[in-house]
Design a protein around this ligand. Structure first.
Ligand SMILES: Cc1cc2nc3c(=O)[nH]c(=O)nc-3n(C[C@H](O)[C@H](O)[C@H](O)COP(=O)(O)OP(=O)(O)OC[C@H]3O[C@@H](n4cnc5c(N)ncnc54)[C@H](O)[C@@H]3O)c2cc1C
Length: 272
């Protein structure tokens, strides 16, 4: 099987090629695409890549953070301003994977992958899509809902910097320190006068894509982060999830342990 590789200087050109060619896949870091090529996956006929510097930019200001889709987990780990995201980037594979694995690729990685995408969902990220003539911005949640349906080229993701200490992340895995997720949980827990206001919680590996825990978010509104305050959220922790059985864990097990790990995360004891 022959695979054609096409390289474009501009993201807009790459986006046009991606939407016009059947069997074309965009190449991020290639940790999954190249595995498919090496396994002679016939669905990959053309690889589209871009050398556009926009793809690897990191813009950090006090209020807003923007990451090019080609930014790698290793690049995030090298950026001190992104320290709150280091536990997430460090949770993606081993060192060799992190050198190549990109933010954009993580948004399309099949479950149980997608740890970084779950974190971005909790951060209420938007994604910019490159088009032949223009850029389009949409909520990450919308992209995840429609990601099976077409060849969108993500150029960047953006989100507001969370308040200090409001962002939490945990990953449950069988193989430490770099195993694939049984599940992951990311949460942004802003508080006013000691009570949660506007929580956003996202799960990885609890559905076909990373997803929001909307019932748990609602149940946390106005509550304190103590055992009594979080009890209603734990009772509905698995609402709206649809985990799958795979080699890492059964769907049943994922649902069983979810409230245990959500409890630890909300009480600030996820590392214990
Ligand atoms: C050994 C191993 C361990 C892993 N461990 C983890 C883990 O612990 N956690 C985890 O979340 N993932 C893990 N992964 C999966 C994967 O490495 C990561 O999800 C990574 O972030 C994917 O990024 P990539 O740039 O390598 O994607 P690629 O392989 O380049 O692409 C993956 C998919 O995303 C698409 N894509 C890439 N970039 C874009 C873009 N900008 N716009 C549109 N589509 C795009 C590609 O076309 C392809 O369909 C692991 C993979 C391996 C091989």
């Amino acid at each position: 099987m022959t695979v054609t590789v096409k390289t474009f200087a501009r993201l807009s050109e790459a986006a046009s090629a991606l939407s016009n060619e059947r069997g074309a896949q965009f190449l991020g870091g290639g940790t999954l695409v190249m595995r498919a090529v090496n396994e002679a996956d016939p669905s990959v006929a053309t690889i589209i890549r871009s050398t556009d510097p926009d793809l690897v930019h990191i813009a950090v200001s006090s209020g807003r953070i923007e990451l090019g889709a080609g930014v790698t987990m290793a690049a995030i780990l090298a950026e001190r301003e992104l320290a709150f995201l280091h536990p997430v980037a460090r949770a993606v594979g081993g060192p060799a994977v992190r050198e190549a694995a990109t933010v954009g690729g993580n948004l399309f990685a099949p479950t149980p992958y997608g740890d970084f995408a779950a974190a971005l969902l909790a951060l209420d990220a938007t994604v910019s899509l490159a088009g032949g003539f223009s850029q389009r911005e949409l909520p990450l949640e919308e992209l995840l809902a429609r990601r099976e349906r077409g060849n969108s080229l993500v150029s960047s993701v953006a989100f507001k910097r969370p308040p200090a200490d409001a962002f939490r992340f945990t990953k449950v895995t069988r193989v430490h320190p770099k195993g694939i997720a049984v599940l992951s949980i990311a949460a942004q827990l802003p508080a006013a006068s000691g009570r949660v206001t506007g929580a956003r919680i996202a799960y990885g590996a609890m559905g076909k894509t990373p997803l929001r825990a909307k019932a748990a978010e609602r149940a946390l509104e106005g509550r304190t982060l103590d055992a009594a305050g979080i009890a209603p959220a734990l009772a509905v922790a698995a609402d709206g999830t649809a985990p799958v059985d795979d080699a890492i864990a059964s769907a049943w097990w994922r649902r069983e342990i979810l409230p245990v790990h959500l409890r630890r995360l909300l009480l600030g004891a996820a590392h214990l």
